[in-house]
Design a protein. Structure first.
Length: 242
């Protein structure tokens, strides 16, 4: 039952790649009017300060390869708070519809009679531009493949093989535990010399990055002490300014 004639609403909002100033104006306004914010590990905590004093903030994050809040629990919290308080913002790092399970939450909310709204965010792949790496460039790449490094069953996505045989820029999310497999896949296909970069904490003051060849991804990460959260960029765009 809805309390106080409150209309149950869910706003699935992209927090962007880290820098709180990269959130959209629409996202800013949604946070201002939120009654509850369910926020992820990768969402910048400074964004929570935008909300009013009466807003309840609930952490439902998932540490990479560590502790996490089950998706089923997040769904139940969405339903509970939407009917108790009305205006729920689900704050997710990057863009909620790019490897973020945001649409799963939209579907769940709609199935339970909750009005839904989607507010896009800047995905982490776009933050590679802060390192002078464009996703596309007329002399290097005319398209982009976004690939998950780890599928639901834990395996490397088979789409990577298709992507590497194109001239596209390849962006791998959640792939830091698969660096050796990624490198081997490129080597096995005769493409080990393809330029590659790893960018950690894109857009934040503690950002780190390094470039090299895809066959050396493991060494690049170890030498430069790069770990998650990070994205892997593979393709000629990595060296386009050289």
């Amino acid at each position: 039952m809805i309390k106080n004639n409150t209309k149950p609403q869910l706003f699935v909002l992209g927090a962007g790649p880290g820098d709180p100033e990269l959130i959209t104006v629409k996202g800013f306004k949604a946070l201002q009017h939120a009654k509850v914010i369910l926020y992820d590990n990768l969402a910048n905590k400074e964004l929570l300060d935008i909300a009013g004093d009466d807003c309840e903030k609930v952490y439902v994050g998932k540490q990479p390869y560590g502790d996490y809040t089950p998706q089923e629990t997040i769904h139940e919290l969405i339903k509970q708070y939407a009917f108790e308080k009305g205006n729920v913002v689900r704050l997710k790092g990057g863009d909620p519809f790019i490897f973020g399970r945001g649409f799963e939450e939209i579907i769940y909310a709609r199935e339970h009679g909750i009005e839904t709204h989607y507010i896009p965010g800047v995905t982490s792949a776009q933050a590679c531009g802060l390192e002078d790496i464009p996703l596309t460039h007329r002399t290097a790449s005319e398209s982009v493949w976004m690939v998950t490094g780890t599928k639901k069953d834990g395996r490397l996505s088979a789409d990577l093989t298709c992507a590497m045989h194109s001239n596209a820029t390849v962006v791998i999310y959640m792939g830091m535990k698969k660096l050796a497999e990624i490198a081997k896949a490129y080597i096995d296909n005769g493409k080990g010399d393809t330029p590659a970069a790893i960018i950690q904490h894109a857009s934040l003051p503690n950002q780190k990055s390094a470039k090299g060849r895809v066959q050396d991804l493991v060494a690049i990460a170890e030498t430069n002490k790069l770990t998650y959260p990070a994205i892997i960029i593979i393709g000629d765009v990595v060296n386009v300014k050289n």
